[in-house]
Design a binder for this molecule. Sequence first.
Ligand SMILES: Cc1cc2nc3c(=O)[nH]c(=O)nc-3n(C[C@H](O)[C@H](O)[C@H](O)COP(=O)(O)O)c2cc1C
Length: 198
Amino acid sequence: MGDPVSEARRRIVIAITGATGADIGIKLLQTLRRLNVETHVIISKWAGETIKWETDYTVSAVRALADHAYSPHDLAAPISSGSYHIDGMIVAPCSMRTLAAINAGICDDLITRAADVCLKERRRLVLAVRETPFSEIHLRNMLGVTSAGAIVAPPVVGFYTRPSSVEQVIEQMTGRLLDLFGLDAKDFVRWEGMRKES
Ligand SMILES: Cc1cc2nc3c(=O)[nH]c(=O)nc-3n(C[C@H](O)[C@H](O)[C@H](O)COP(=O)(O)O)c2cc1C
């Protein structure tokens, strides 16, 4: 039998929160569409501001990249319940506020509730946390969510790929996040050993 969703199109929740790096969440939605994965997006109020500030997208254009889009206030959305099957969730970028709320188990918006559901249902939850430098509070929250079953995967540059554009950096970051779901985006450079000098 197996998991009931395994027979169907895979479903992933993408939450975009108000840390810098809105392009990472946007690229995830674009790539998942190309990989024929059903997406459910939630955009926090402050992510709405970073989308406006950092990208050429409007919030409604980002919502249109997903199969389903929800208000962060909609706690009656299907993804608010563990009985609605999804494969997992990526919060990218994940602010320190959202990280702290998830670690504390505070479910007062749809992002933190959907993340809490992933943890209780033992589904994959990946947090692309973004801040620098980290305080002890941030690090404690990261340890807390990791102990609870989440994967903390900060968007950190892999310089070994010698990226020549921000686009390439984002492709590598999003490709590595999707690797955690067994999905191969096939649009970024993987390490294949040292180049031989000729
Ligand atoms: C331009 C901009 C950049 C920000 N970058 C970060 C960041 O990298 N990390 C972070 O934790 N918060 C960052 N913040 C602050 C968050 O937006 C703020 O803490 C907010 O309450 C997060 O709410 P949310 O988790 O509901 O999106 C930034 C805010 C702005 C306006």
